[in-house]
Design a protein around this ligand. Structure first.
Ligand code: DC
Length: 227
């Protein structure tokens, strides 16, 4: 077998809690390494948004799973999905086992196409792509994440209270980490990147360094196996 034929797609799995900076880091890594990027939170956000718009109860697993099975890529384009409210709805639909199951194949197919992909979410390194080449768990203190989210919302003109955002972040962490199916947690073989004390540039530089180090080691191991 020649070296090219034996080469696996470069899959970079980025997980972590809300507002830790993982979305920005994932998008920039994708651009840097010339890979497509899937923000998997958008899938859950779209389901929550569709349910709220149609007046369904987001805690209804059966309806949520039916929407997940019929999700259309166009559903991910709604600009409201980036908002804070959609994040809360997403966290509630994401606890449903059948919703998660309905989204697995789409995410794995995205990750499996050469030359690879960057996916960010909560369970990419643990459930969706346990064999990802590189896994990074991006985190930051709840206080720092609440400060960033508050600044972001105030910059958009929203009159928002820091302590309310902190409470919401804590309850979202709790819901995402304690659910029975695919809870938020770092994969055992993930590198942890704590951005509490880092600005955007420093966090991105650190992420690139992790990818180069881990992917370099993986390539060496694969070359030794092929030899
Ligand atoms: O990353 P985000 O803020 O867009 O995610 C919104 C919610 O969706 C998050 O609170 C939990 C859920 N989610 C998930 O359970 N699994 C993923 N892979 C991505 C998001």
């Amino acid at each position: 077998m020649d070296a090219e034929a034996g080469r696996k797609p470069l899959v970079i799995a980025i997980d972590g809690p809300a507002a830790a900076g993982k979305g920005t880091i994932a998008a920039r890594l994708a651009e840097h390494f010339g890979l497509p990027h899937l923000d998997t939170g958008l899938l859950y956000r779209a389901i929550g948004r569709i349910m709220a718009d149609r007046g369904f109860d987001v805690d209804n697993e059966e309806i949520a799973a039916a929407i997940a099975e019929n999700l259309d890529p166009d559903d991910l384009r709604d600009p409201r999905l980036r908002g804070h409210e959609a994040g809360e709805l997403a966290s509630r639909v994401a606890v449903h086992r059948n919703v998660r199951a309905a989204l697995v194949r789409f995410q794995r197919e995205f990750a499996g196409r050469p030359p690879g992909a960057v996916l960010d979410g909560r369970d990419i390194g643990t459930v969706i792509c346990p064999d990802a080449t590189v896994k990074i768990f991006v985190t930051a203190s709840a206080e720092e994440r609440a400060r960033r989210r508050t600044d972001e919302l105030r910059a958009k003109g929203r009159d928002i209270d820091y302590s309310r955002i902190l409470a919401e972040i804590r309850s979202r962490d709790e819901r995402d980490s304690s659910r029975a199916t695919a809870p938020l947690k770092a994969a055992e073989d993930a590198a942890t990147l704590d951005t509490s004390e880092l600005d955007r540039e420093a966090a991105f530089a650190e992420a690139v360094a992790i990818v180069l180090r881990v992917a370099g080691q993986a390539a060496q191991t694969a070359a030794v196996r092929r030899a």
